[in-house]
Design a protein around this ligand. Structure first.
Ligand SMILES: *Cc1c(COP(=O)(O)O)cnc(C)c1O
Length: 408
């Protein structure tokens, strides 16, 4: 029989679990969009969004998913025919690059595969060769949600600076803002895009483009910009109707306010630390299972792994079989393998992902891991012992009053 009745855990890498406080904040009649409380709530969001991104610069809010923020960011800095350098470490940088090409931007791509981070030496070499400075922007993801690799953004800025290249640094933090540490200003990021539905714990439908003065100067001559995506009116809260280019996303505003309140109450460093410990617990369990079976972490080096999502390899057809088993029998939905298809495995059945971003705590992670353990046993997939003990050890070391310092 199925044991799935009860609270379901959507352990996919976005949309993430929505806190009850966010759902409650959204459960209200439609407010007036011209005057009153809503405007004050919007005003209150801006400093808190900057706080999450660690920036003193601008943030434009769009009623769109992450793809909308991608297009907005491109539209404000490029003219048709200009050149970008895209750094691919999985799936999402290519999606952004494809969008740029569709807008008439010439994109050079460096591909680092699906199990590795950006190789900064290769980037530096490519930038040094661009002596005419034709490359207007370097585009990448901080975390690729398909491979679960985390790139070194500060290192990328250092590479640009070492060769004295003036290109803008544009980073997609959709998977990992409010999860993995990110420092927009300290790391010299010029444009950062993110969405509401992952680390920010709010339903999909809002996205954000953060940009500094250097990026805004590019806006002066960018001929890709169109009225809707123009970021300039969106940083002038005086014109409230222009600010959203139409009706405000009323209920998302209340939901995001509640989500940011949760984040401010916990503190950004503590949020980062919680995710680091929970992710380390997942990795410890997988290492134990993988000691005697096919399961393995897609990213071998711990320092290159995101704390938002873990991509796993288990061999076809086990990935899909395991996902189905835990969903039907244990009430946990795991993420599909994304972008990992090969001739031997055309549907990525040998892969799955565990999302552990946002409103996630120790018992949820242990529940997901225990369910996966039950699925491995039920499906007779070979696996090593002691995975839950290994995860519990990590939690014991990381939790308050624990022994401390146990995490990788
Ligand atoms: C989820 C995600 C996107 C796409 O966001 P949508 O809201 O689905 O458009 C882009 N980049 C990364 C890194 C993501 O994780």
């Amino acid at each position: 029989m199925s044991l799935a009745a009860g609270t379901h855990y959507l352990a996919i890498p976005g949309p993430s679990v929505i806190p009850d406080a966010v759902l409650r904040a959204m459960h209200r009649p439609a407010p007036n969009i011209y005057t009153g409380e809503l405007r004050e709530v919007v005003d209150s969001l801006l400093p808190d969004l900057r706080w999450v991104a660690r920036t003193r610069h601008h943030v434009a809010i769009y009623i769109a998913n992450g793809h909308g923020a991608w297009e907005a960011a491109l539209a404000n800095v490029f003219s048709r025919g200009e050149r970008a350098l895209s750094l691919s470490t999985g799936v999402f940088a290519d999606g952004w690059a494809d969008m740029a090409e569709a807008m008439g931007i010439a994109v050079d791509r460096l591909d680092f595969g699906k199990r590795a981070a950006i190789d900064l030496a290769r980037v530096e070499e490519r930038l040094a060769a661009d002596t005419a400075h034709e490359i207007r922007a370097v585009m990448c993801v901080q975390v690729d949600t398909a491979s679960s690799v985390k790139n070194d953004i500060a290192g990328l800025r250092a590479a640009l600076d070492r060769v004295g290249h003036p290109a803008l640094l544009m980073v997609d933090c959709i998977a990992c803002l409010g999860v993995d540490p990110f420092e927009m200003d300290d790391w010299g990021v010029d444009v950062m895009v993110t969405g509401s539905q992952k680390g920010l714990m709010t339903p999909p439908g809002l996205s954000f483009v953060f940009f500094n003065g250097k990026a805004d100067a590019a806006r002066d001559r960018a001929d890709c910009v169109t009225r809707y995506w123009d970021w300039r009116p969106r940083v002038e809260p005086q014109g409230f109707y222009q600010f959203f280019c139409g009706t405000a996303p009323t209920h998302h505003i209340y939901g995001l306010r509640a989500a940011l309140d949760l984040m401010k109450a916990e503190g950004l460093e503590r949020i980062w630390e919680r995710h680091a410990i929970l992710a380390s617990a997942v990795w410890a369990a997988v290492d134990a299972w993988g000691a005697a079976g096919p399961l393995e972490l897609n990213i071998r080096e711990a320092r290159l792994r995101s704390h938002a999502v873990t991509a796993l390899r288990i061999g076809a057809p086990h990935g899909t079989a395991l996902r189905n088993w835990v969903s039907e029998n244990a009430g946990v939905t795991l993420g599909i393998g994304l972008g990992m298809a090969s001739p031997d495995d055309p549907n990525s059945d040998g892969f799955f992902r565990i999302g552990h971003m946002g409103h996630v705590n120790a018992q949820m992670v242990m529940g997901a891991l225990g369910s996966i353990g039950a699925g491995l046993a039920a499906l007779d997939i070979p696996h090593g012992r002691g995975a839950l003990d290994a995860a519990a050890e990590v939690l014991a070391g990381g939790a308050q009053g624990g022994r401390g310092g146990a995490r990788a």
